[in-house]
Design a protein around this ligand. Structure first.
Ligand code: ADP
Length: 493
C-alpha cells in the first residue's frame, strides 16, 4: 500500500502538554517522525487542568461539543479542544478531551501533594477510551490505525472488538497497542468493569480479567491486533519471566507472533547539545571541551566546587522501585570516598527521597540533590556531567541513556531492556559507548562505576567513548519506519 495512512495516536501524556515520564516524549516525537514520513497522524489525549488555554493556544471545536459518553448508567459529556505540536516540517494536530470533573485536576494520575492515585482512575480512563471512539465518529475522520499506548488506553482495542465491532465507521480500523511499562496495568475491581459497558462475558480470563481483576492492560494485550513494546530485549524479557511480565507473561508468550520490539528514538531537536537553549554553552563532538563550562555551571547550581578532571556523576530519575536507586543508596558513600561528585535530580516515593536527602546532607561537599521535577535542570545535568547512572531493575527502553550519549555523558547502566539494546559496553581500545553490569546487585554496580572512573583517568580513551556515543544515530526516523511497516502489514487484505 503506497497511499499515505491515517493514524490516530492515543496517549495519556504528550510532551509538552503533560508529562510524567518517557511516554510523553515518545507520544510527541514518534507522531512527528511519522508525519515527516508523509502520513497523516493526529493525537488524542485528556485535557488536564494545567494544560493552559492561552499558553497552548487551545481552541474549541464547536462541532465536537457536548458529546455524551456512556459510563455505567450515566452519560457524562466530553468537549473537544484542539492545538498542535509544532514540527520542523509540519504540525501534528492534537485533540484534547475535556471534562472538568474527570480531568480538571492538578495531577495526571495522582494527587501531587499526597502522591496517592486518584480513586476514580478506572472511571477517568474508561471515559477517555470510550470518549476517543465517540469523538472520532463525530469528527468523521476515519483512521486506518488507532495506535494506543499503555493501560490508560487499554480498553480501546476491547471496545473495537465488541461494542463497535459492527459499526461501519470502525469496521476497517485496526488497533496497535504499545507497552511502555508492564508494571502499570490499571487493575480494578468488578464494579469498574460494570461501568465500562463491555459485554458481561468479557469478564473472564479469555477477556479482560486477570487474577480476579478488571485489567486494562490485559484488555489491550488480548484484543489489540498487534502489540509492540519499546525495545527488543524487553519484548523477550516480558514473555519469559514472571518478574518482567508482571503476571501477564503467559498471555504475552501466547501472542509472541504479534509482539514486536521497536526501540524508541529520541527527539533530536529537543535533545541536541549543539542547539540546546537550556544549557550554558552549546557544543558538539568537535568541541567537547566546552562541556567543562556546562560542568562549572551545573556545579555552581548545586553549590559544589569545580575542579578540572574531577569526574561528575549525574542522575535524573523517577524514584520508584524500577529505577534501581536502592543500589545507588548502598554504594554511593563508598563511591564518594574517592575524588568524585554526584548530582541528582529526582522525585518519587517519599521514603527514597528522604534517604537521598540524608545522604546529601552527610556528603554536602560532594553531592548535590534537587528533589522535584525540573526540565531545564535535566538538560544541564546531561550537558555538565561526565557519567550518567541508570542501574534499573528493569527498563522497557529508557531515554536518558540515549540523551546522555548524545551529550557525551557516558552512561553506566544495568544490562536490561532498552539499556542493554542501546548501550555498548566498553571493550578497551576506544570501543564502546558506556559501562554495563548484568546482575541486580550493588557490588556489580560499584564495580561498573569503578571501571568507568578508572577509564576516566585516561583522557584520550575517555574522549573516544564520549565521541562514540555522540556519533550514534538515535533519531526516530528508523523506528518510525518500522511502525509504518507494521501498520501496512496490518492493513494488507
Ligand atoms: P520513565 O519513562 O520510566 O520515567 P525514561 O528514561 O523513558 O523513563 O524517561 C524519563 C523522562 O523523564 C526523561 O525525559 C527524563 O529526563 C525525564 N525525567 C525523569 N525525572 C525527571 C525529573 N525529576 N525532572 C525532570 N525530568 C525528569
Amino acid at each position: 500500500m503506497s497511499r499515505p495512512l491515517n493514524i490516530l495516536f492515543v496517549s495519556s501524556e504528550v510532551d509538552p502538554f503533560a508529562k510524567t515520564g518517557g511516554l510523553a516524549d515518545v507520544s510527541s516525537a514518534l507522531p512527528k517522525a511519522i508525519k515527516d514520513l508523509g502520513h497523516e497522524i493526529r493525537i488524542m489525549m485528556p485535557r488536564y487542568r494545567f494544560i493552559g488555554e492561552r499558553k497552548f493556544r487551545l481552541h474549541d471545536i464547536i462541532r465536537l461539543k457536548d458529546i455524551p459518553i456512556p459510563i455505567g448508567s450515566a452519560s457524562p459529556i466530553v468537549n473537544v479542544k484542539s492545538s498542535f505540536i509544532s514540527n520542523l516540517k509540519e504540525k501534528v494536530q492534537v485533540y484534547f478531551l475535556d471534562n472538568e470533573a474527570y480531568f480538571g485536576r492538578d495531577g495526571i494520575y495522582q494527587n501531587p501533594t499526597t502522591k496517592k492515585d486518584y480513586k476514580d482512575n478506572d472511571e477517568r480512563f474508561t471515559f477517555f477510551c470510550r470518549g476517543v471512539l465517540e469523538t472520532l465518529k463525530r469528527l468523521g475522520w476515519q483512521p486506518d490505525i488507532i495506535h494506543c499506548n499503555d493501560w490508560q488506553t487499554g480498553l480501546i482495542p476491547a471496545y473495537l472488538k465488541t461494542i463497535y465491532k459492527d459499526d461501519p465507521f470502525f469496521r476497517t480500523v485496526r488497533s496497535v497497542f504499545t507497552i511502555h511499562n508492564m508494571a502499570y496495568q490499571g487493575a480494578f475491581g468488578h464494579e469498574s468493569f460494570t461501568k465500562s459497558g463491555l459485554p458481561k462475558e468479557l469478564f473472564s480470563t479469555d477477556g479482560v480479567e486477570a487474577y480476579g481483576k478488571f485489567n486494562f492492560l490485559k484488555a489491550a494485550l488480548y484484543y489489540a491486533d498487534v502489540v509492540t513494546t519499546v525495545s527488543e530485549k524487553y519484548a523477550e524479557e516480558i514473555c519469559t519471566s514472571d518478574e518482567y511480565g508482571a503476571g501477564l507473561n503467559g498471555l504475552l508468550a501466547s501472542r509472541k507472533k504479534d509482539l514486536h520490539g521497536i526501540v524508541n528514538g529520541i527527539d533530536a531537536t529537543l535533545w541536541n547539545p549543539a542547539a540546546d537553549e537550556y544549557i550554558f554553552r552549546k557544543y558538539d563532538a568537535k568541541s567537547i571541551e566546552a562541556k567543562d563550562e556546562n560542568k562549572k555551571s551545573l556545579l555552581k547550581r548545586f553549590g559544589l566546587e569545580f575542579s578540572d578532571r574531577r569526574p561528575v556523576i549525574g542522575a535524573i530519575s523517577r524514584l520508584v522501585d524500577q529505577k534501581g536507586f536502592d543500589l545507588v543508596l548502598e554504594v554511593m558513600e563508598d563511591v564518594l570516598k574517592g575524588d568524585v561528585q554526584f548530582v541528582m535530580l529526582a522525585a518519587g516515593d517519599k521514603e527514597s527521597e528522604k534517604k537521598f536527602d540524608q545522604l546529601q546532607k552527610k556528603n554536602a561537599k560532594k553531592m548535590g540533590l534537587v528533589l522535584g521535577y525540573d526540565e531545564e535542570l535535566s538538560h544541564l545535568i546531561e550537558a555538565g556531567s561526565d557519567m550518567f547512572l541508570m542501574p534499573s531493575r528493569y527498563e522497557p527502553c529508557g531515554l536518558n541513556q540515549m540523551y546522555s550519549m548524545r551529550y557525551g555523558t557516558v552512561p553506566v547502566v544495568r544490562a536490561t531492556g532498552g539499556l542493554d539494546d542501546t548501550v555498548e559496553d566498553y571493550a578497551g581500545s576506544g570501543k564502546g559507548t558506556g559501562f554495563k553490569f548484568e546482575k541486580y546487585d550493588s557490588r556489580e554496580l560499584l564495580k561498573a562505576i569503578q571501571r568507568a572512573l578508572k577509564v576516566y583517568q585516561q583522557p584520550e580513551e575517555w574522549k573516544k567513548i564520549m565521541r562514540n556515543g555522540m556519533q550514534k544515530d538515535f533519531s526516530w526516523e528508523y523506528s518510525a519506519r518500522k511502525y509504518i511497516n507494521l501498520y501496512k502489514d496490518l492493513l494488507r487484505p
